[in-house]
Write a protein that binds this ligand. Structure first.
Ligand code: LIP
Length: 249
């Protein structure tokens, strides 16, 4: 019998096969921005995911980077990023993923993040054990910022690039290393399994972080977010391993 988690895993793996098959090939570009690119493959991936989710749960809502579908009045909402790290994908940088979350009213119940290049799948159910490829995970226990690796996301708008640069300037002097990797969902998955110790980004979308939030919290980490002034559709996110104290910016 399928469950929301098994359905999300099926959708993530199926979409992963699609985008992996196109990796490194010439891609149809739908839009180019100063700090972003939109691909037709993003749309195709979300259509594939939507078909699987609504076949299993026809009365649910879909809210994704490439649009909405299903019953928008449903208290059950799937939050989908069909390719998180689209610019990496377009430049053949093998660091991107699919992120799928299910929330009931405002509480995420299921999260799945899948990296189809490394074949790494992170999964979590609220109240359950977070796993990477079926093996339980937990955040790192590093407490001293000087021992930590901090990923700082560089968002899409010029003003957020300025904000992120200021954050990078502070952390690069105090952390062991900073990273800027281009996928919020993978950043959160890496915090959850101890590869990173913190992730900070000033302007991401709900679909970038919905699954990763549940994963980080279930793995023992700390996650906080707020809505940036004048940017109601975005989130400013700070996530950590739950042990290190992050700087007040
Ligand atoms: C990306 C995020 C990344 C952010 C990029 C972009 P997308 O999501 O994962 O953290 O810095 O600006 O928003 O657009 O590749 O799905």
């Amino acid at each position: 019998m399928s469950t929301p988690l098994s359905t999300a895993i099926k959708a993530a793996r199926t979409a992963g096969e699609l985008i992996r098959s196109q990796f490194g090939k010439t891609l149809e570009v739908n839009a180019v921005y100063s700090h972003d690119i939109k691909l037709e493959l993003d749309v195709q991936s979300q259509e594939l995911i939507t078909g699987i989710l609504l076949e299993a749960y026809p009365d649910h809502a879909i809210f994704g980077e490439e649009g909405i579908a299903g019953n928008q009045d449903s208290p059950w909402q799937w939050i989908v990023d069909p390719i998180d790290g689209t610019v990496n994908f377009f430049y053949s940088i093998p660091h991107f993923c699919i992120s799928i979350a299910l929330r009931h009213n405002d509480e995420v119940q299921v999260g799945v993040i899948y990296d189809p290049i490394r074949d790494e799948l992170w999964e979590v159910e609220r109240g359950g054990i977070p796993k990477l490829n079926g093996v339980p995970i937990k955040t790192s226990s590093r407490k001293d910022l000087a021992d930590c690796i901090v990923s700082v996301g560089m968002s899409k708008s010029p003003d957020m690039v300025v904000a992120a640069t200021a954050i990078l300037e502070k952390y690069v002097r105090r952390a062991r290393k900073c990273r800027l990797m281009g996928s919020a969902a993978l950043d959160l998955a890496y915090v959850a399994c101890g590869r990173l110790d913190a992730y900070i980004e000033q302007s991401v979308s709900l679909w970038d972080v919905a699954a990763g939030k549940l994963l980080v919290e279930a793995a023992g980490g700390h996650y906080e977010s707020n809505v940036p002034a004048g940017n109601p559709d975005k989130l400013a996110v700070r996530a950590s391993n739950g042990s290190v104290s992050l700087l007040e910016i």
